[in-house]
Ligand binder design. Structure first.
Ligand code: GLC
Length: 524
């Protein structure tokens, strides 16, 4: 089992840096101007909670952007790829965090945002300064009349044109996201060189790899043709997926593979088709892993999940593309919220997430069963409406919930519901909590070759129940997930024992032939 590469054996955990934890006081760094000067988390805050992650059993920590940024898109608008935003700390803080994580046996990957920079990045400031500027062609410019954008693409978040007219130089520039996020021109080899230098900068510092933002969007058809009407509104999904991206990815893969110690790439391929996502693994020479979002958008229904899982098996299995599984991230309402708010469902979902074939990605706070925060109108900051899932993680019951400085200045977003009781310290002290369930599941996964790498096979079950087994050699684990609101009888052969139950009931006892409403179990 130890032969599995690191990215296949890992349980990964997304740290959304602005909201994880703050260790330095109120005066230690600037607040977020884009959030009324209120306080974000910081890199020292991440370091201060590494024990939580190590206890949970996390193998890989993904850090979202912590680079200098005007925060138009809360860090996904990068103004300098090789430094740390003073709101989050310093490069020395980063080095210390990486070191401490490594010492605990955890790897760290970070976001690489190659599709666009901030409009405040020196590259864009120069490009924008004149049509003759040496870096003009590092971005995507088109002639035209100021009344009519060059094509029908629309920008994410605003829904307006994906083009902004630059008055001073009389051309349009392209931005699949906000006007503050101009798209880089990857057809220009200098762009690739500069962005590959960024990759080298962090890998040389010891970083273990990258999560690649909007990676399917970087190569663009030079003709920039109109999108079919029905797709024009989803620019970062369907208007790209251009063949040239794959050539870039093969070169990037070679660069990353030239480093020792299994560095790896996980790509955000935001194409809502598993077959299309699978193409980004190439022939084992492009991405090591790619996010596959159709399951994230599946409702909490057995039939929907059965279909999504089968699709992964059929479309990724034959080409040996190792799947990933994600229920929540910083771009979508948390799954507990989406599934109707019940903790029982969130627990059953944890069993599902951690027993499927592929690498699971947890989003900070899901191990606490967090719900989205309710954001009052005057606290809304994100142009994409994603503040609720980005609420700060509560660590302690005390005022400030374990965040330094928030007794003086508020955190940048309101706390999630029930923070007085639903926080890491209270749940850690309660062996029946959802936090302990996550820990037990990760622990079981680590000790079971079947759960880590075994094949996935569906078993017969009533319509509301998804039942499957994972098998590797002599190791066989059976998983039953009841999506319904009634207890379900599921007959299973072979004298099975309950190993982990979503409600903690009956663990260690023989399986009695049924599963409770909105409950799930691993049997073996
Ligand atoms: C990705 C990120 C999202 C960001 C967007 C633009 O989808 O996950 O947070 O807004 O890219 O960079």
């Amino acid at each position: 089992m130890s032969q599995l590469p690191a990215w296949q054996r890992a349980v990964c955990y997304e740290v959304y840096v602005p909201s994880f934890c703050r260790a330095r006081g109120a005066g230690a760094g600037p607040g977020l101007a884009a959030a009324g000067g209120r306080l974000p988390g910081d890199l020292e805050g991440v370091r201060s909670r590494l024990d939580h992650l190590a206890w949970l059993g996390v193998d890989v920590i993904w850090l979202t952007p912590f680079y200098p940024s005007p925060m138009a898109d809360f860090g996904y608008d990068v103004a300098d790829y090789c430094d740390v935003n003073p709101a989050f700390g310093t490069l020395e803080d980063f080095d210390r965090l990486l070191d401490d994580a490594h010492r605990r046996g955890m790897r760290v990957i970070a976001d690489w945002v190659p599709n666009h920079t901030s409009d405040q990045h020196p590259w864009f400031l120069e490009a924008r300064s004149s049509r003759a500027a040496p870096k003009r062609d590092w971005y995507v410019w088109r002639d035209g009349s100021p009344e009519r954008p060059p094509n029908n693409w629309t920008a994410a978040f605003t829904g307006g044109p994906a083009w902004t007219w630059d008055e001073a130089t009389g051309q349009w520039y392209l931005h699949l996201f906000l006007p503050e996020q101009p798209d880089l021109n990857w057809a220009n080899p200098e762009v690739e060189e500069a962005m590959f230098d960024v990759v080298r900068f962090w890998l040389d510092r010891g970083l273990d790899g990258f999560r690649l933002d909007v990676i399917h969007g970087i190569g663009k058809d030079p003709a920039l043709p109109d999108a079919p009407e029905d797709l024009a509104r989803i620019p970062w999904s369907s208007q790209n997926d251009y063949q040239g991206t794959h050539d870039i990815l093969r070169r990037l893969r070679r660069l990353v593979d030239s480093y020792p110690d299994e560095r790896f790439l996980v790509g955000e391929v935001y194409l809502l088709s598993t077959a299309k996502v699978a193409r980004y693994y190439g022939r084992g020479d492009e991405l090591h892993l790619a996010f596959n979002f159709p399951p994230l958008y599946a409702p909490w229904e057995a039939a929907a999940w059965r279909r999504r899982i089968q699709r992964v098996e059929e479309e990724m299995g034959p080409i040996d593309a190792w799947p990933t599984w994600v229920l929540s991230n910083h771009d979508n309402p948390r799954h507990r919220t989406r599934y109707g708010g019940s903790e029982a469902r969130a627990r059953a979902a944890a069993v599902l997430l951690l027993t499927l074939r592929g690498t699971p990605f947890l989003y900070q706070g899901e191990e606490l069963g967090l719900l989205d925060a309710v954001i009052p109108d005057d606290r809304v900051v994100d142009p994409g409406g994603r503040d609720g899932c980005r609420a700060p993680v509560p660590w302690e019951a005390s005022a400030g919930h374990g965040w330094a400085g928030v007794d003086q200045v508020e955190p940048w977003l309101p706390w999630p519901p029930e923070s007085d009781t639903r926080n890491a310290s209270v749940l850690r002290a309660d062996a029946s909590s959802i936090l302990h369930l996550y820990q037990r599941l990760i622990d079981l996964r680590r000790s079971s070759p079947a759960l880590r790498s075994g094949r996935w096979e569906e078993l017969d079950a009533p319509p509301d129940v998804l039942a499957y087994q994972r098998v590797s050699g002599d190791d066989r684990r059976v998983v039953i997930v009841n999506f319904g609101d009634e207890r379900a009888e599921v007959a299973l052969a072979g004298g099975l024992t309950v190993q982990v139950a979503s409600d903690g009931q009956g663990e260690g006892a023989p399986y009695a032939g049924s599963v409770g409403p909105s409950a799930a179990a691993v049997l073996g």
